[in-house]
Design a protein around this ligand. Sequence first.
Ligand code: ATP
Ligand code: MG
Length: 604
Amino acid sequence: MSTPELNTPDAVASTRISHFIRHLIEADLLSGKFAERKWSGEPGPNAHSPVGAGNTPLVGNDPAKIRTRFPPEPNGYLHFGHAKSICLNFGLASDYAGACHLRFDDTNPEKEEQEYVDSIIDAVHWLGFEWKFGAEKNEYFASSYFQWMYDFAVKLIENDLAYVDSQTPDEMRANRGTLTHGGVDSPFRTRTIAENLDLFQRMKAGEFPDGAHILRAKIDMNSGNINLRDPAIYRIRHATHHATGNDWCIYPMYTYAHPIEDALENITHSICTLEFEDQRPFYDWLLGHLAALGCINTPPPQQIEFARLNLTYMVLSKRKLIQLVEEKHVSGWDDPRMPTLVGARRRGYTAAGFRRFMEMIGVAKNHQLIDISVLEECMRDDLNETAQRRIAVLDPIKLIIDNYPDGQTEETQPPNHPQQPELGVRVVPFSKELWIERDDFVEAPPKGYFRLFPGNRVRLRYGFVIECTGCDKNAAGEITAVHCNYFADSKSGTSGSANYKVKGNIHWLSAAHAQSVEVRLYDRLFSVEAPGDGGKDYIEELNPASLTKITAYVEPSLMQAQAEDHFQFERHGYFVADRVDSKSGAPVFNRAVTLKDAWAKAAK
Ligand code: ATP
Ligand code: MG
């Protein structure tokens, strides 16, 4: 198993492509905007920083130059879109001597599960990132902030910045107004502070059923931004929460909880996707008031939006991924065709390949649709450097060297990596009967075909030059074996080999020594660029050939492959020993990516 390699600030600074978020952070660092923020070592409100005798603060300035966070809701497995957010947030923190928190946004009582928490921790670690900062653990659960969120709501009520509304949901919807028309004040908007405090306290005490009342921020029902028309901030929900049990029957709304989570954790740059842009004015309204009321550290965090990642031939929404799993179009969340990080890892995609990809596509302000071939190319580039070479024959036909001595075996020594001689060689046995790929022989060659056909010469890689003499066929006319003669003085690595000039160069395995293994050839899960586009059912657009299972021959050394070992099968692509189904001495191989982009060829 490969160990994750961590970003170090020095290693990255010189290689990074700049973008608007970097510019913003660099400007903040230069102006010292966040330099005086206090930090006690753990999340908490401003009052949490005690003041010592003689008014000396007991807490110092935050040692982290910036703080970012990755805040997944633990209600599913992470997908490639999350990887973008992870690489961005953790990458920026490590580049600018900051900290990135892993925060589970578990304020919604009914959905979260431990299985998802564990898989998220695993996935972020696998991508090569760490949330510890000095002695800080920085792994947080938003639900542990419920009391502070409640206290802050009380503060808002006390300052006439929030009120309890008792309209029905229909009335509330009708009175919200539209994009072109302002809203109408709720008849409950003029409740006194005392009445609001009493009602909110009784909401918390469980006196009312779900939906009876709601706490709203008191802003402006005529705001041009609908999000500022007195947004709901607390609702009644009699539900058991996975962490806080039945302690609470009122829960904060996401738009209220998220800014507070950021502020409690001293986040400086709260990076989110574009659809939250319209929420930014409320984010600033809320934190501005809480800062003025002395509830949180100053200056408050700043929300910054970027375009979410979309990829061709993929769907990246949790809802659709759940459907694929539940309707068994795939074998599970970790099916190697799924755009989940567990799936990608199992398929043989690498963490370094993902980091390379995220760096390459950058960060944009406008919607981003990236061709999946860019991701595949990044995986190829990474695997080309790291994967050792091996030989596999995926669609075998027998090649018989008629002039090679019966019963003789000799060694060939292919390099483990052609560009990295220090990785050495391994022994691949050679003998009279070999397996070669079926399509490396034709009886009548088309123009430009340089491999085996009667009368033609090719080199058997790392072995001898041979000349094809013909083939055997069965009664049905199918080719059953190919025949050739070899030139004994042509072996690779010997002085005689230079005397032979051939255009074709094919791989092979000794039939007596080759081992059978299961190989899974994965291809894109969808056969169209934009599944579901134009009102189509994306399920209808699944690629029927996205998985082919075959039995292939591999060289003997591959039987020792350990789960998650990556290889290049020469002339085929990059493969990994499946981490679920491989057994000791009996690996199963998954194709991560072909050597060349077969789809590009098909399109032309
Ligand atoms: P989905 O829409 O697939 O359900 P989500 O946004 O609900 O995803 P969360 O767990 O809330 O999933 O997301 C955690 C973080 O990942 C958020 O900060 C979110 O902005 C980010 N994120 C999710 N999808 C993408 C994407 N496609 N591109 C970039 N960032 C993303
Ligand atoms: Mg979400």
